[in-house]
Design a protein around this ligand. Structure first.
Ligand SMILES: Cc1cc2nc3c(=O)[nH]c(=O)nc-3n(C[C@H](O)[C@H](O)[C@H](O)COP(=O)(O)O)c2cc1C
Ligand code: SF4
Length: 510
């Protein structure tokens, strides 16, 4: 029998280390895998038996002795027995293209990665011309998963075509993952880091870049450690570095840490930070694809965009393209968080509705109270009332209701949430995180907090309401980037759908 207990941040936060220690005390050395993404079951102890891989969860160190005892006779007799892990509905019903390997084994084991089809995409890319690789990404319909949903193939084409043939180009992976309720990048990096590394090498081959950087938020120490070790091992195995697989092509990769600023997730601010400067947003044009890192042509892509590249090259653009709806192709890494019973990662084709995700997978709120609002797409995303929960998760369908999918984070609020307080928080967040470059965002957000306070205190309500809408218009139209430009989205959605909360009478059920 082999035992598996995860070593990723979420499982560790739930007590996985104590479970691992209890196993060691019983002379069992567990495999330290990553999470399968079913966070409500963490720590999830898996056991490979003659009948297949079964699970117990959520487990504490105190349960280890009784589980070992049950395994000697009838495992299913244990209270925490979950049956075959692959058959748990939450997991079995997903359409995993990016997270196929997540949680299956030691994330640093190269042999394991290769046995599960890892590096097949890279091997194929090495037989193709740069233009063929770019065409494959274009044909897949892959759009950036960082938030803006820009077509990845078009960005790559721009970088491929930019500069002189011998220009130094860069691949920068945006692993700043600052949105509220998001953890998909972290889960991928901690459960299957080679998938990201492979995608970055393929991106390098496609556009002619020989150097890559992963810009990782400093709050992810586990991912930092795992990525650095994975890079070392990939170098030793010649999947990275000089003359990859004797192809004559080279690609080097390093991790750089951020320092806790939300705005450093914005790509130009990220590039400033990567160059060792303060994270201030740059005016565009020039686009980073033309003049990016150190003024050179640069691909900036999110972790999940680059991870999807490995799958697309391995399985072909057509397979990827076959998932999804409309112009949203492939799968979305949905992250369920906030006041939710079954939080975790759910990878599904675009097109599933918000209601299906929250009710079927999430099973309602953790508090057991009715859901009141759902914020999708991070702190700049709108608060959606029940009348909008049947909207399919599709970039265009969300844009049509003035909402966004962003990085796929879903934060659920129950009926005790005060949406005026949430609107105030959105403005306050912008005050804290604004880079300060432009006035509508830097000053507007401060004024926004004050105006909301006056509205809720019933001070000259009607005029202050007009002022707040004017302020939102100014921020939306006059800000240099989406930080100031989209902060009005959550504020306006709260005003529209939860107006009663702004009357000063406390929250209401309108
Ligand atoms: C305020 C702000 C914060 C952002 N934070 C992130 C982030 O944490 N991670 C990310 O990948 N993209 C983030 N973005 C989007 C990036 O600017 C950029 O669009 C993305 O990295 C491009 O990669 P993609 O095309 O693969 O999505 C942010 C944008 C803004 C305006
Ligand atoms: S909108 Fe805000 S974060 Fe963006 S450039 Fe202007 S001041 Fe900076």
């Amino acid at each position: 029998m082999r035992f598996f207990i995860p070593q990723d941040t979420s499982a560790l936060a739930c007590g996985a280390e104590a479970v691992a220690q209890a196993l060691l005390d019983a002379n069992i050395e567990p495999v330290r895998n990553g999470s399968r993404g079913m966070f409500w079951l963490e720590p999830l102890l898996e056991v490979e038996t003659a009948q297949g891989r079964i699970g117990f969860g959520p487990v504490s160190d105190k349960d280890v002795a009784t589980i070992l005892k049950a395994l000697e006779s009838d495992a299913s007799s244990h209270d925490l027995y979950l049956g075959a892990v692959d058959e748990i509905e939450y997991l079995a019903s997903q359409q995993r293209l990016t997270y196929t390997r997540a949680g299956l084994g030691d994330p640093l084991c190269l042999e394991n990665y290769q046995a599960l089809d890892g590096f097949n995409g890279l091997k194929r890319a090495l037989t193709m011309s740069p233009q063929q690789i770019v065409d494959e990404i274009k044909n897949s319909g892959l759009r950036g998963r960082g938030g803006a949903a820009f077509p990845a193939g078009i960005k790559w084409q721009t970088v491929l075509d930019a500069g002189a043939t011998d220009s130094q180009k860069y691949i920068v992976c945006n692993a700043d993952e600052g949105d509220s309720g998001t953890f998909a990048d972290r889960l991928l990096m901690e459960s299957d880091p080679y998938q990201l590394i492979e995608g970055m090498v393929i991106a390098g081959l496609a556009v002619g870049a020989t150097q890559g950087y992963i810009y990782l938020r400093s709050e992810y120490p586990v991912a930092h450690r795992l990525l650095n070790t994975a890079i070392e091992k990939a170098m030793e195995a010649n999947f990275l570095g000089d003359n990859i697989g004797q192809s004559g092509k080279s690609f080097y990769l390093e991790v750089r840490l951020g320092a806790g600023a939300y705005i450093c997730g914005e790509e130009t601010s990220l590039l400033e930070s990567l160059e060792g400067k303060r994270g201030m947003v740059r005016a565009k044009p020039p686009l980073p694809a033309i003049e990016g890192l150190f003024g050179q042509p640069t691909v900036v892509n999110n972790v999940l965009t680059l991870a999807a590249v490995s799958t697309i090259l391995a399985q072909g653009a057509k397979t990827y393209q076959d998932f999804g709806m409309g112009r949203s192709r492939g799968t979305l890494a949905i992250q369920l968080a906030g006041n939710i019973k079954r939080g975790g990662l759910i990878e599904l084709a675009f097109g599933v509705t918000l209601r299906e995700v929250v009710e079927n997978y999430g099973q309602g709120t953790y508090s057991g109270r009715p859901i009141r609002a759902i914020q999708v797409g991070g702190p700049l995303g709108a608060f959606l009332p029940e009348s909008q929960w049947d909207t399919p998760l599709d970039y265009e369908a969300f844009a049509a209701i003035k909402a966004m999918i962003g990085h796929g984070g879903i934060v659920v609020f129950d009926d005790s949430a005060d949406m005026a307080a949430q609107a105030r928080f959105s403005m306050e967040f912008c005050v804290e995180e604004s880079c300060g470059k432009c006035t509508p965002c830097r000053i507007g957000s401060v004024r926004g907090v004050e105006v909301i306070d006056r509205i809720v205190a019933n001070e000259d309500r009607d005029n202050n309401m007009i002022l707040l809408h004017d302020l939102c218009d100014t921020m939306e139209q006059g800000s240099l980037c989406a930080m100031g430009g989209m902060t009005p989205f959550p504020v306006r959605s709260a005003l529209t759908h939860f107006a009663q909360d702004f009357t000063g009478a406390g929250k209401g059920d309108n």
